[in-house]
Design a binder for this molecule. Structure first.
Ligand SMILES: [Zn+2]
Ligand SMILES: [Zn+2]
Length: 377
């Protein structure tokens, strides 16, 4: 049996041996060297696992915000379906009100030529809205081909790890690169890019036109309906008061029928909805028209603005290489060089390809000398 003395001596002896080991200069150096080597080896292993040649502070910030981006992207992706259904339901409700409430009223009051004009214009506008909306949501915006190395590229996408042609940007909601990306539109549940930019703009334009037409055309009907609703409220109030006071000794005065009530409320709804959409969408359409006139997309607007300020600070002038001049920008946008007159393309629905393939941005051959000089740096 070991005594208390041996129990104390054992650990003390071990401690002494460790101290002698650390204290010995000959033995301390290899120990420290081993520790340093292991530390370096661990660092190399960690770096090789996390190596990314595109890494930097931007990548670190992106990585830190990745959960928030993921949440926002998924919410927008989910909202996209809801928004598309909302557009279809609201547009259908306006068409239904026009047929069920407005048409019976104007049939009694409008002259035949006026009726014909309204009939043809409203249906032409409705066809264009439906056509361009359908095209905008179903036409893919255009994606750079993967695995091809014969295309002119300007950078590599950090997300896709594929070459990116000029004007191409990565959409985090679609999770892929989009040619000449303008923005991701939740109302279309689709990206607006090279192949559907015109459909998006045409939809905005004709929808604004339709809303202005509806709110302007139904102004008199709206005023009458609004006055009738106010009267309706007053009558209901008087009736309730009379019932409460028990002052009716005879039949109460007739109030509005159910159909009349629905018609008046529908007309007020139609006017308010169309006016609001006309204002909001009209502003957006004007903004996009300005961007198209400048040969910019919504994303390029921010990039070019930054670049303009950067060069301005250096005393240099920024030139947008895709700006061919206002008129030629519109010609390129409307695909005027594919055979048909631009007016025909604007007024009539058509399925056509825009100018170019969205990857190379050489100026079209018909760009005037003036436009060429605008493009020159
Ligand atoms: Zn990408
Ligand atoms: Zn997208």
């Amino acid at each position: 049996m070991r005594g208390p003395r041996s129990l104390l001596l054992g650990p003390a002896r071990r401690c002494l041996r460790l101290l002698l080991l650390l204290g010995s200069r000959r033995r301390r150096l290899p120990l420290l060297r081993g520790l340093v080597q292991r530390w370096r080896y661990g660092k190399v292993c960690l770096r090789s696992l996390l190596y990314n040649s595109f890494g930097g502070s931007d990548t670190a910030v992106d990585a830190a915000f990745e959960p928030i981006y993921w949440l926002v992207d998924n919410v927008i992706r989910w909202c996209g379906v809801v928004f598309v259904v909302l557009v279809i339901v609201l547009t259908s409700s306006i068409v239904a009100i026009a047929y069920l409430c407005v048409l019976p009223l104007i049939l009694r009051t409008y002259s035949v030529p006026r009726l014909c004009w309204h009939f043809f214009y409203s249906h032409w506008n409705l066809i264009l809205i439906v056509f361009h909306y359908y095209q905008a949501i179903t036409t893919p915006p255009g994606y750079p081909p993967q695995g091809r190395n014969d295309i002119a590229t300007v950078s590599i996408c950090k997300k896709c790890i594929y070459p990116k042609p000029a004007r191409t940007h990565h959409c985090s909601i679609c999770n892929r690169c989009v040619l000449k990306m303008d923005h991701h539109c939740p109302w279309l549940n689709n990206c607006v890019g090279h192949y559907n930019h015109r459909y998006f703009f045409s939809f905005c334009f004709f929808m604004t036109l339709g809303c202005v037409y509806c709110s302007y055309g139904s102004w008199d009907l709206f005023r009458e309906a609004y006055a009738a609703i106010e009267k309706m409220k007053q009558l209901d109030k008087n009736k309730l008061q009379a019932v409460a006071n028990q002052t009716y000794h005879q039949t109460p005065p007739p109030t509005f029928s159910f159909r009349e009530r629905v018609t008046h409320k529908s007309l007020v709804y139609l006017w308010f909805l169309c006016s609001s959409v006309a204002l909001a969408l009209g502003a957006l359409t004007v903004w996009h028209a300005v961007l198209i006139s400048r040969g910019e997309t919504s994303i390029e607007r921010h990039i070019n603005k930054k670049e303009r300020h950067r060069l301005q600070a250096k005393g240099r002038v920024f030139r947008n290489h895709y700006n061919y001049g206002c008129l030629d920008n519109w010609k390129v946008f409307l695909g005027v060089d594919t055979g048909r007159h631009w007016l025909t393309r604007v007024l009539l629905p058509s399925s056509h390809l825009p100018h170019g393939n969205g990857m190379s941005w050489d100026p079209p051959p018909w760009v005037t000398a003036h436009s060429a000089s605008v493009m020159a740096v």
